[in-house]
Ligand binder design. Structure first.
Ligand code: FAD
Length: 422
């Protein structure tokens, strides 16, 4: 009989894992409290980057010096709900502490690179296998700086990327604007990274992976998993709002909501959410040719199948606190300054806004690996800013663990137990 795996969560990590588990010959049941690929999941509205060079966590040495300025700037990249701050402080402290030195960043980069390496090609393979190869573009992405001096101030970061094997091409102002005619003149220096890619419709991609899995034998139940039941003899079932589901293995892939399930299987993980927003406008001819990260604003603008999407920002707030749509309005204002020709084309009927929850651990790495209390339960969440890109290898590794194969990536840096000694 096939080993029966219940995957809790049908965001991109869950559906990619379902796909790989079916390929490995496992029986799959997929659970989600909502509909796969929809707005409750971070996987729905992200910036679409499949960037093997995103090996650095958002925090960096000395970041705390910038924080007051960002918080005071209404258009700034970081905001905190003040009433939530006392609860967020321990996580924020660890977040800053884990990126205090360049040596720490190098260690994180080695781990992330192992997960992200080849991400565009892995996603291209998976997308083609489920009939939506056109959703994945394997091509360069751009980093836009205001000046060469700003780029040089980031030398430590590019050096770390270079040590990871990342290559890129720098662009002086004239070349940058030849490549991106709609870009504001304020940006005078670019970095074009070669081995990258992007997804032009993350929601449709998740749906296609999900749909293909169901067509190939996976069962989907729309329900909320409440607990994972196990005893001395091993795993028994997943308890849900629709009843118990007997199984031989479980994958926790619920993104930002994993903390409770993780604790039930013996692992206290300091998972929090860095909430982010997007804003989509339909005027593709006035936007970028390449997906572009604005290094000063910490936002990404991506030409997607659904329009031009600006996504980013970090909002430190409780998981279920109401969205602050002012943040999306800020993205709109930014978009109009980054691509001045767009300003006249932003009309209310052409706009969608969204808030999503990045599942973030303070050291910038996800949790991937067996649980302490029951090794038939596998953690697979916490991918923070790189969960779309990182989902492809995560899924392969989880399927390898569940089918008794040696994982293709060293899981030591990702062990959920790494926080236990703190
Ligand atoms: C603004 C923004 C921009 C981003 N840009 C990028 C990018 O360009 N590239 C990149 O790689 N990453 C990006 N990310 C990060 C990426 O979107 C996430 O890391 C990734 O989507 C996480 O996927 P996931 O499957 O772990 O979680 P999710 O997509 O959040 O899915 C979790 C699922 O679990 C379900 N669930 C939760 N609890 C339960 C339960 N108890 N029972 C049943 N179901 C449950 C939820 O309904 C949900 O569908 C971005 C994120 C944001 C917010």
């Amino acid at each position: 009989m096939k080993r029966h795996v219940v995957i809790i969560g049908a965001g991109v990590v869950g559906v990619a894992t379902a796909h790989q588990c079916l390929r490995a010959g496992l029986q799959v049941t997929l659970l989600d409290a909502g509909q796969p690929g929809q707005a409750q999941a971070a996987s729905y509205g992200n910036a679409g980057w499949l960037s093997p060079h995103s090996v650095l966590p958002p925090a960096y040495p000395g970041v705390w010096k910038q924080v007051p300025r960002w918080l005071m700037d209404p258009l700034g990249p970081l905001t905190v709900r003040w009433r939530y701050l006392p609860r967020a402080l321990p996580w924020l402290k660890d977040y800053i502490a884990s990126a205090r030195t360049v040596e720490q960043l190098k260690t994180t980069a080695v781990a992330l690179r192992a997960m992200l390496k080849d991400a565009p090609l892995l996603h291209q393979d998976m997308a083609q296998a489920v009939g939506v190869g056109d959703l994945i573009r394997v091509r360069e992405v751009l980093h836009a700086y205001r000046s060469k001096a700003d780029y040089e101030a980031d030398t430590y970061a590019w050096d770390i990327r270079s040590q990871s094997g990342v290559t890129w091409q720098t662009l002086q102002a004239a070349d940058l604007h030849a490549l991106e005619p709609a870009l504001a003149d304020d940006y005078g220096f670019g970095v074009l990274v070669n081995e990258t890619g992007y997804c032009v419709n993350p929601s449709a991609y998740v749906w296609a992976l999900f749909n293909h899995s169901v067509q190939n034998g996976a069962t989907f139940i729309q329900t909320q998993a409440q607990s994972i039941q196990y005893d001395d003899l091993g795993l028994t079932c997943v308890r849900t709002t629709q009843g118990d589901i007997d199984c031989d293995a479980v994958v926790i892939a619920v993104g930002a909501r994993a903390r409770t399930l993780a604790a039930q299987v013996g692992d206290e993980v300091p998972l929090a959410t860095e909430r982010g927003y997007h804003y989509v406008v339909q005027a593709p001819e006035h936007g970028p040719n390449h997906p572009t990260m604005f290094m000063d604003k910490k936002v990404i603008v991506t030409p997607m199948a659904t329009g031009i999407r600006i996504a980013g920002q970090v909002e430190i707030a409780d998981l279920d606190d109401v969205p602050n749509w002012q943040r999306a309005e800020i993205l709109k204002q930014l978009l109009a300054t980054l691509y001045p020709d767009l300003a006249g084309h932003i009309r209310t009927e052409h706009i969608t806004v969204w808030m999503g929850r990045r599942p973030s651990l303070p050291d910038g790495l996800p949790c991937i690996g067996p649980a302490s209390g029951c090794d038939a339960v596998i953690h697979a969440y916490g991918h923070g800013h790189v969960g779309l890109a990182g989902s492809a290898r995560t899924a392969r590794v989880v399927a390898q663990l569940l089918s008794g194969a040696t994982p293709e990536m060293d899981l030591t840096p990702f062990r959920p137990q790494r926080f236990a000694r703190r």
